[in-house]
Design a protein around this ligand. Sequence first.
Ligand code: RTP
Ligand code: MG
Length: 136
Amino acid sequence: MSQRTLVLLKPDTVRRGLVGEVLGRFEAKGLRIVAMDLRAIDGDLADQHYAEHVERDFYPPLREFVTSGPLVALVLEGDEAVEVVRALNGATDGRKAAPGTIRGDLSLSNRENLVHGSDSPESADREIKIWFPDLP
Ligand code: RTP
Ligand code: MG
């Protein structure tokens, strides 16, 4: 079933010049870009996006990281897009993520792990409204 999912190419992806590499993997898989924006975000947007994590110990440095420079927000669409993107991203910790995944190939960090992908269709709906409120 065709789905939409919210993807972030986090500030480390932009800083390291890996936007083309990472975006290319999603495109090569067959996912379609339906919205895309390079932007710097403030702490309020970070708090909204990571609402489920704001009380966690790891959140303050995560908030610092995602607001540390521009990131690319995008909406991808395709069959089972939520699960497909999560599989392409790999496990959260780049040191443990399987080779072949974006994090497994390109990240050595549990925080600076290059990408975000919505974890369910319900999260995708919520996150797409936060990042792209005008998207039809
Ligand atoms: P994401 O939301 O970014 O797609 O990553 P995820 O689902 O794989 O991981 P999640 O549990 O939602 O965590 C969100 C982001 O928080 C940072 N994190 N740090 N223990 C830690 O230091 C820790 N745990 C998570 C990561 O940047 C993770 O992507
Ligand atoms: Mg998550």
